[in-house]
Design a protein around this ligand. Sequence first.
Ligand SMILES: Nc1ncnc2c1ncn2[C@@H]1O[C@H](COP(=O)(O)OP(=O)(O)O)[C@@H](O)[C@H]1O
Ligand SMILES: [Mg+2]
Length: 226
Amino acid sequence: MYALEARHLFKNYYARGKKVEVLQDLSMQVKRGEMVAIMGASGSGKTTLLHNLSGIDMPDAGEILVNGKDLSAFTKEELALFRRRHFGMVFQDFQLLESLSVGENILLPMILDKRDGEEQACRLKEVLEMAGIEGLEDRSITELSGGQKQRVAIARAFVQGPNIIFADEPTGNLDRETAGHILRCMLELNRKTGTSILLVTHDKHVASVCHRVLRLQEGGVEDELF
Ligand SMILES: Nc1ncnc2c1ncn2[C@@H]1O[C@H](COP(=O)(O)OP(=O)(O)O)[C@@H](O)[C@H]1O
Ligand SMILES: [Mg+2]
């Protein structure tokens, strides 16, 4: 069984009366513990694919299976719960809440799931360490550098022990050196925790350290051979 499997996905947008065909009969698989890069030209549909695979959006047709479970079988509420428990999300623009502290941002999925306070404290300590941001839990998000913000987002993504992390150009807003630190952090967590990671990037170096690279082209994906 795959950690993630997409079968014959189709997705179009309709903008000002015009149809934009994005995903056209796209099928792909991610194994447990695999770190897979998705590359492709700007506008080729990388973000659309990630949004569909992670349940943020729904495909027009096709199936998405997570550990063999079909996402379309869930109600809206079940899907929200499933996503919080099993998926972690990391975005280019971090998507942190500035009105909450670092610790509160990281714990948000557990707070929404009404997890036990002691369990929250224990996991917070663990993921702060995993992401290399021990001691920052009471800081305000606005006091952090870009690299620190992305580490907070990574800690949040891992806090519930997910099966798969979806990352959309996670190093796209960072300088080269910081991007390298963030990439190494994600690689190490992939190795240590066995969490599958699906990572969109247009950086060849980032892609080259992943286990496998898929190139999105004309609505489908192909394995990229270096
Ligand atoms: N909400 C939307 N409505 C209409 N068109 C969209 C929408 N989102 C994306 N698109 C279009 O779909 C195509 C793929 O977009 P996207 O998935 O963001 O590509 P990428 O992440 O590879 O740059 C682009 O042509 C984009 O303009
Ligand atoms: Mg994109």
